[in-house]
Design a protein around this ligand. Structure first.
Ligand SMILES: Cc1cc2nc3c(=O)[nH]c(=O)nc-3n(C[C@H](O)[C@H](O)[C@H](O)COP(=O)(O)OP(=O)(O)OC[C@H]3O[C@@H](n4cnc5c(N)ncnc54)[C@H](O)[C@@H]3O)c2cc1C
Ligand code: FES
Length: 290
């Protein structure tokens, strides 16, 4: 039977259940890393996929919230065992999430979305604004050959070089820079107030990285929409392929409610609404109608 709205990354294999918080630690201003054991999701999840998270035992807030995979946590034998999620406290759910202590229950479902496709790349340029760096640690680990993801584990081509261009309001919001540097990612920073790195927009960092590189570059981008639109424009001008991970408000995360739609162009150039939770969140930048 053909289901009209079915999609290959529909949540057919998603797991839903209650997990227990192991750690919930502050990593930057208003920013936390939460860790929980969940081998069912950990062994399937791909870089760029997300999970829905909901506070257990309360209907306030009623709906779950989407949060990207930061990293898979292995057990002592190296098998995928848990998940790390890094989040910024912006509203009701994330502020309450920050108050959870180890042993607190949490409702989760996932992995969800398409994630980043494994695409051959000489120099991967990751452009992140605000909390948009979170999907990139796992992606970098995969492209550097440090970790495989998925069930069965997928083989991603290695990148010769990875650069993270990462911009925030000010240095106190920069989260996880050391995680990227430790695995060999070149990190270039910008802040609005000039407290660290380039004073100005993260998009100012893209051209110098590409122009100084002797390798063929490809861009991946995540962050506020105007910044992704600007990155897509720069990629077009530099004639580079660029993928963006869209952040849309999501209610179900599994393709039912259509709350998360974005305008996406098809091969004929016409746009239609696509569900970011199942047909995204990762799209070719040139297909997105910003
Ligand atoms: C696929 C996907 C992956 C995501 N991954 C992460 C992640 O790894 N880490 C992370 O911190 N966040 C991530 N987000 C954003 C996260 O889902 C929202 O910040 C969260 O839903 C806010 O919930 P809340 O209840 O705390 O805020 P709400 O009470 O729902 O909102 C409070 C205020 O925050 C604003 N707000 C809501 N969402 C966002 C947003 N995305 N950006 C800026 N302001 C917002 C609202 O407009 C409102 O003014 C992701 C979103 C998507 C779609
Ligand atoms: S969040 Fe419900 S369809 Fe995408």
């Amino acid at each position: 039977m053909t289901v009209q709205h079915h999609h290959p990354s529909y949540a057919d294999r998603a797991w839903q259940g209650t997990v227990v918080v192991e750690e919930n630690v502050r990593v930057a201003r208003d920013t936390y890393r939460i860790r929980f054991t969940c081998p069912e999701i950990a062994r399937r999840v791909l870089p760029g996929q997300f999970i829905m998270m909901r506070l257990a035992g309360t209907n306030d807030p009623l709906l779950g919230r989407p949060l990207a995979l930061y990293e898979v946590v292995p057990d002592s034998g190296g098998n995928p065992q848990g998940l790390d999620i890094v989040y910024l406290t912006v509203g009701k759910m994330t502020r309450r999430l920050a108050l959870l202590r180890p042993t607190a229950p949490l409702e989760v479902w996932g992995p969800l979305g398409n994630g980043f496709p494994p695409t051959a790349t000489e120099h991967l340029v990751m452009v992140a604004g605000g909390i948009g760096q979170t999907p990139f640690l796992a992606l970098a680990r995969e492209y550097l050959g440090l970790q495989t993801y998925g069930d069965p584990p997928r083989q991603a081509p290695n990148a010769g070089k990875i650069t993270l261009c990462y911009g925030c309001r000010s240095s106190e919001y920069l989260a996880g820079v050391g995680d990227f540097e430790r695995i060999g990612v070149e990190v270039r920073l910008s802040t609005d107030d000039g407290s660290t790195g380039h004073r100005g927009l993260v998009t100012d960092l893209i051209r110098p990285v590409v122009e100084q590189s002797s390798l063929a570059c490809r861009i991946v981008c995540c962050g506020p929409e105007p910044m992704m639109e600007a990155t897509a424009k720069i990629a077009r001008e530099l004639d580079l392929r660029c993928q963006v991970s869209l952040e849309r408000p999501m209610v179900c995360g599994i393709g039912i409610c259509f709350s998360c739609v974005a305008k996406i162009h098809d091969a004929s150039g016409r746009w239609d609404y696509r569900r970011t939770c199942v047909e995204g969140p990762v799209f070719e930048a040139e297909d997105v109608e910003f």
